[in-house]
Design a binder for this molecule. Structure first.
Ligand SMILES: CC(C)(COP(=O)(O)OP(=O)(O)OC[C@H]1O[C@@H](n2cnc3c(N)ncnc32)[C@H](O)[C@@H]1O)[C@@H](O)C(=O)NCCC(=O)NCCS
Ligand SMILES: Nc1ncnc2c1ncn2[C@@H]1O[C@H](COP(=O)(O)OP(=O)(O)OP(=O)(O)O)[C@@H](O)[C@H]1O
Length: 241
């Protein structure tokens, strides 16, 4: 697994630093699972959500040192006329080659980490009681111990493929190449504290998302109050509703 080396978790368990937002919840899920939809619903409830995919996109979509490092590694032919990185070509390269993907992660993930830390500081300054990380690679990068609760979103493989093809105009092959780079659903079930099943329509998803927000908040509060570290993955099996 290449992710961990460039996005190494801090020593665990990590108590929040003095004055830090007291609760931190992780929201994760594979491509097209509905994680951003859940994040949007939580935002509408007034929760501060930090979007790690957005932080990641900002590295390659804004001309600057991240773009230059990526171009130096992958070649001038990936530079767009606007001076950013051609994401479609980059996706073709890195989702076909784990070594290339590891190189890109070495460039992007430390910058994502910095952007997240900045946003956490802003949340702290604003006195937010809760921060959610919408973090697609939370499990792949072994970050569970940083969170009071980890919520996973699951959906059927075929629904996920159909939705990304339909809503983002990408090919089935693109989605499948990304699915192969992410942890399996079984692994998500094993390692998340709570799961949201996105297996029907948007209305049901909205109800489940709101219910799960309260459960996650309660679990994180409970652990914080008891100063109980998050248990290792094996003991979270079977804890989903
Ligand atoms: C390869 C890139 C340019 C492709 O861009 P594109 O616009 O096609 O995809 P987008 O970023 O919207 O991601 C699409 C899906 O792939 C997932 N994904 C992105 N990077 C990775 C990765 N390294 N491993 C597994 N899944 C990934 C995303 O979570 C999302 O579900 C881009 O995904 C990227 O820069 N990835 C490396 C940085 C990274 O690991 N980001 C993950 C979030 S911190
Ligand atoms: N229950 C649902 N019914 C219909 N469409 C849905 C449902 N849930 C999500 N979608 C749609 O499926 C697509 C994927 O959802 P979303 O963007 O929330 O997934 P994601 O997990 O954030 O994906 P990614 O990690 O690739 O960004 C979106 O276009 C979203 O509007």
């Amino acid at each position: 697994m290449t992710h961990a080396s460039c996005f190494a978790p801090p020593p665990s368990p990590t108590p929040p630093p003095a004055g830090a937002p007291c609760l931190r919840i992780g929201l994760t899920g594979g491509i097209g699972s509905g994680k951003s939809t859940v994040a949007a619903l939580w935002r509408r409830e007034g929760v501060r959500v930090i979007d790690l995919d957005a932080c990641s996109r900002a590295v390659l979509d804004v001309p600057g040192d991240g773009v230059e490092e990526a171009i130096a590694r992958f070649g001038e032919e990936l530079r767009t006329p606007g001076g950013t990185v051609d994401r479609v070509r980059m996706a073709r390269i890195v989702f076909a080659d784990p070594g290339a993907r590891a190189d890109l992660e070495q460039i992007v993930l430390p910058r994502v980490h910095e952007a997240v830390a900045d946003q956490e500081r802003a949340a702290l300054k604003a006195g937010e009681p809760l921060v959610v990380h919408d973090s697609p690679l939370l499990l792949e990068t072994g970050q569970e111990q940083r969170y009071g609760a980890v919520v996973g979103v699951l959906a059927r493989r075929e629904d996920r493929i159909d939705r990304v093809v339909r809503d983002r105009g990408r090919t089935r092959e693109y989605v499948e190449s990304i699915l192969a780079a992410q942890v399996t659903d079984l692994e998500r079930i094993r390692r998340c504290d709570l799961l949201i099943l996105n297996t029907t329509g948007r209305e049901v998803l909205a109800q489940r998302a709101l219910r799960m927000l309260e459960r996650a908040r309660a679990l994180a509060s409970q652990r914080a109050a008891a100063e109980v570290p998050r248990p290792p993955a094996s003991s979270s099996v079977g804890r989903w509703p």
